[in-house]
Design a protein around this ligand. Structure first.
Ligand SMILES: Cc1ncc(COP(=O)(O)O)c(C=O)c1O
Length: 410
C-alpha cells in the first residue's frame, strides 16, 4: 500500500459550474448559443484579442486558421518538432507541405535561427507552439519575419499579398494566461488557438477557441463571421437563429465543417475562466515554484527545472506542464523512474515524443537525428502532477519519492 494515489491530472470544477450547467440544461438550448457567446466575450476581455471564436477543439481552431489562409499543396508550413501531433496534422489535413524545425534547449519553443533558415519562397505560414505554457519568442519572430517578408515573401492570394509575410499562428493549447513583454497570449500572433481539452488549465471537457488578431486593414470581426460559418457546414444561419418561429430558411455558401462549441460545454469553460487567475493559475504557479525551489536545493545540477519566468524578453508561463529535465539521462532510465513512481502511487508523464520519432511522421521522411535538441529534451523530460487540489502533503510526497529515486538512479 502506498501512502497516496496521485493522478497526473484532476480536472478542476469551479463551484459555479454546477449552477451554470444546470441553467443550460433547463434552458432547452444545449448547442451553440448565449453561453458560448459569453465565453467568447470573456476570452476577448482577458486576452485583448480583436475577435474570438469558440470551436470544438484547438485542432479545429488551428485548421480553420490555416484553411482561411488558403494553405494547400503549393504551400510550406513551418512547425516546431517538439509538440503534440495536432499542430502538424492540421497542415497535412489542409494538403500543405510540412516543414519541421528544431527547438531551443532552454524552453523547447521554436528555434528562431533554425526557423529563418527553413524559410523558402513557398513558406506561407508558421505555427509556433507555446509548449508547457511558455510563450514562444514572438516579438523577435515578428520583427525578423517582417524584414524577410519585405524581401522574399511570395504571396499566392490577395490576403497573403495584403499581409506581406507568412501567417503566424500560435498553438496556445498550453498557454492561456501566459504573458510576453506586457501583452497576454492572444495578441501576439495573427491567430491564437486555445484548447479546453480535459487536461488543460481551463477545460470544457473538449473544446477550443481561436483569437483573431490580424493587423489593419484586415477586418477581424468579418473574418470571425466567415470562420463561424465555415465551422458550421458553411451554413449562413446558425441553429439558434433558425429556431425562431418562421425563420427556417438558410443557405450553405461553402463546404464547411462541424467545429462549433455547444453551450453545454461552454458553461464549464466559462465558469473556469471566470475564476482562472484566482483559483487555478495562482495555484499552479505556487506549485511550479515550490517544485522548482525544492528540486534545485536537493538535486542541484542533476536536474534542470522549467523556465517559468524569463527576463529577456519578459515572459511568464501559464504553468501548464511542469517539465523537469533529468540532465544527461536516457529515455530508458527516465521510463524506469516513471515505473518506480507508479509503484509509489504517483502518475508522472512525458511531454512529448518529438514528431520526428512518431511513425506517421517518420513515414514522411522525418528522422530524430535531424532534430537533436528536441530529442535530447525528450529523453530527459518527466512531467509531474500540478493542479488545484493537489495538496501540500501530496506535493511533498511526490518530491520525496522523486528525489529518493533520482539520487539512487542518477
Ligand atoms: C501543443 C498542443 N497543441 C494542440 C493540441 C490539441 O488540442 P485539442 O485536443 O483541443 O484539439 C494539444 C492537445 O493536447 C496540444 O498539447
Amino acid at each position: 500500500m502506498t501512502r497516496f494515489r496521485i493522478p497526473f491530472v484532476r480536472p478542476y470544477i469551479p463551484l459555479g459550474a454546477y449552477d451554470r450547467i444546470r441553467q443550460v440544461l433547463d434552458s432547452g438550448w444545449l448547442t451553440t448559443g448565449p453561453v458560448t457567446e459569453a465565453l467568447e466575450q470573456l476570452l476577448q476581455e482577458k486576452t485583448g484579442a480583436r475577435a474570438v471564436l469558440c470551436t470544438s477543439s484547438c485542432t479545429a481552431a488551428l485548421f480553420l486558421a490555416l484553411n482561411w489562409w488558403g494553405i494547400g499543396p503549393e504551400d510550406e508550413v513551418i512547425v516546431p518538432v517538439y509538440t503534440y501531433c495536432a499542430t502538424a496534422n492540421v497542415v497535412v489535413h489542409c494538403g500543405g507541405r510540412l516543414r519541421l524545425v528544431d527547438v531551443r534547449s532552454a524552453d523547447a519553443t521554436i528555434d528562431l535561427d533554425r526557423l529563418m533558415e527553413a524559410l523558402t519562397p513557398r513558406t506561407r505560414a508558421i505555427l509556433c507552439v507555446d509548449v508547457f505554457g511558455m510563450p514562444a519568442l514572438y516579438p523577435e519572430l515578428m520583427e525578423r519575419l517582417q524584414e524577410w517578408g519585405r524581401q522574399k515573401f511570395v504571396p499566392r492570394t490577395e490576403r497573403q499579398e495584403r499581409l506581406g509575410r507568412p501567417l503566424v499562428i500560435a498553438d496556445a493549447a498550453h498557454s492561456l494566461g501566459g504573458w510576453l513583454a506586457g501583452k497576454p497570449v492572444g495578441q501576439w500572433a495573427d491567430f491564437t488557438a486555445f484548447s479546453f481539452h480535459a487536461v488543460k488549465n481551463v477545460t470544457s471537457g473538449e473544446g477550443g477557441a481561436l483569437c483573431i488578431h490580424l493587423p489593419s486593414p484586415f477586418d477581424n470581426s468579418a473574418i470571425r463571421q466567415e470562420l463561424k460559418i465555415l465551422a458550421l457546414h458553411g451554413q449562413t444561419t446558425d441553429a439558434r437563429k433558425k429556431w425562431v418561429e418562421g425563420k427556417w430558411r438558410y443557405d450553405v455558401v461553402a463546404h464547411g465543417w462541424k467545429m462549433n462549441m455547444p453551450d453545454l460545454l461552454a458553461a464549464l469553460a466559462y465558469e473556469s475562466l471566470r475564476v482562472y487567475e484566482k483559483e487555478i493559475l495562482s495555484e499552479r504557479k505556487r506549485q511550479f515554484t515550490y517544485y522548482s525551489r525544492v528540486l534545485q536545493e536537493e538535486l542541484g545540477g542533476r536536474v534542470c527545472v522549467p523556465l517559468v519566468q524569463d527576463v529577456n524578453p519578459l515572459r511568464e508561463s501559464a504553468y501548464h506542464v511542469y517539465a523537469l529535465r533529468l540532465v544527461g539521462w536516457r529515455s530508458g532510465q527516465r521510463d524506469a523512474l516513471i515505473a518506480r513512481l507508479a509503484e509509489d502511487g504517483i502518475q508522472a508523464n512525458v511531454h512529448f515524443v518529438p514528431l520526428s520519432g512518431l511513425t506517421a511522421f517518420r513515414r514522411m521522411g522525418f528522422r530524430p537525428e535531424d532534430f537533436p535538441v528536441a530529442w535530447r529534451f525528450f529523453e530527459e523530460e518527466i512531467s509531474l502532477p500540478v493542479y488545484p487540489g493537489l495538496t501540500k502533503e501530496e506535493q511533498d510526497y511526490v518530491l520525496e519519492r522523486l528525489i529518493h529515486h533520482v539520487r539512487q538512479m542518477g
